[in-house]
Design a protein around this ligand. Structure first.
Ligand SMILES: [Fe+2]
Length: 378
């Protein structure tokens, strides 16, 4: 019997202890010998194959490399690119064709090209949808097991209510609707509002754990959201009095104006490095959601970035600016409000042609929890 030798090594980064997997290379002494070519189904006699099928079993060895390829995963996901100029008219048309009552959520799903149009995922772990809400419309309250976040793309006057807290939606804001929390959307403005939904839906579907409940629109508390009351400045939180516990998700709106100002300030002293900021829970410092993470980036005009290969898949949404990103040899020329994706372990090279701000949605929190987040130098 062949032994596949997978070892785990742990190493420290400035952030935390992370785990990386490696497979013994040719130079590493090995007790057993790893076979490059395993037996196939066709090697086996027909009657034996038939007996196995009738017994409801199958041999592992012809399929083993599919699930345990050597050295790195073999992703189904392909890089995706969605120009906002293409999506916007399609969404506005959906607004004419389908009243919100008939859609509940008027969304065009951004399907991973590797899985084909209609796939309810943009990468292995991230679902993306572009949503339209017209003036005066509302999307009824519901809650579901997957967590969601919105990046506001265009328009003014819309809001999301999460557990009674009214969260204004302004361009570039990140608005969270954590799993299990009631949320509805409304619109008091006079122009269409469009936002990008990012959900950790694929894992929940895979786990057969995805479902929703519905309810009437929520009563709204008569106060601004927590980003304007409890968490106005970073490093300052409401006094931790005995017996008072903060909410699991204390801040659910991250105003873009603050993120942008923080990126600009970091960039001033960044010695030509790309400025990057992670969105965190202000009470715990942890990622804002259990398995989906968000990182805002800034590149100066003419600046390039070649990050290490990461074990996460990513969806990039351009807040402003323009540039080119090469993902595994595929060139994507992006501009404001466009969205593009990169599979796990992609070789990514960014080149900004003008000052650019992007938000990257990724699954590092999930991989940290599972203990296999990894970065590889290129
Ligand atoms: Fe929802």
């Amino acid at each position: 019997m062949h032994m596949i030798s997978i070892h785990t090594k742990y190493y420290n980064t400035s952030r935390k202890v992370i785990a990386g997997f490696w497979i013994r290379s040719a130079e590493t002494p090995m007790r057993g010998k790893m076979s490059e070519k395993l037996g196939t189904l066709e090697d086996l006699p027909e009657d034996y194959r038939e007996d196995m099928t009738n017994a409801g079993v199958a041999p592992l060895w012809p399929m083993m490399r599919n699930v345990l390829p050597h050295g790195a995963p073999n992703p189904v996901t392909k890089p995706g690119y969605w120009k906002y100029d293409t999506l916007r008219p399609l969404l506005l048309r959906a607004g004419e064709l389908t009243p919100v009552e008939k859609a509940e959520r008027r969304v065009l799903v951004l399907s991973d090209p590797g899985r084909g149009t209609g796939a309810m995922q943009a990468t292995s772990s991230i679902y993306l949808g572009m949503q339209l809400l017209l003036p005066g419309e509302s999307a009824p309250a519901h809650r579901h097991t997957p967590a969601a976040a919105r990046i506001i793309v265009e328009g003014k006057g819309a809001y999301t209510v999460v557990e009674g807290e009214k969260l204004p939606m302004e361009e570039g804001d990140l608005v969270l609707t954590p799993g299990g929390e009631w949320h509805d959307h409304g619109h008091q403005g006079d122009e269409p509002v469009i936002w990008l939904d990012a959900l950790d839906l694929p894992l929940f579907v895979y786990l057969e754990g995805s479902y929703a409940e519905e309810a009437p629109l929520q009563a709204q508390r008569n106060r601004p959201d927590a980003s304007q009351i409890e968490y106005v400045s970073s490093g300052l939180v409401p006094s931790r009095k005995r017996g008072i516990q903060s909410r699991r998700y204390p801040m659910m709106r991250y105003p873009w104006t603050r993120t942008k100002a923080a990126l600009r300030q970091q960039m001033k002293y960044n010695n030509d490095q790309v400025a990057e900021i992670d969105y965190v829970n202000p009470e715990t410092g942890e990622d804002v959601l259990p398995i989906m993470g968000f990182t805002a980036m800034m590149l100066n005009a003419g600046q390039a970035d070649k990050p290490p290969l990461k074990s996460t898949s990513c969806a990039f949404h351009v807040i402003s600016g323009s540039g080119t990103t090469v993902v595994n040899g595929e060139e994507i020329s992006w501009t404001a409000k466009d969205t593009f994706t990169a599979p796990v372990f992609s070789e990514i090279s960014h080149d900004a042609t003008s000052e650019a701000f992007l938000i990257c949605v990724h699954d590092r929190p999930l991989q940290d929890r599972l203990g296999y987040y990894e970065e590889r130098q290129r």
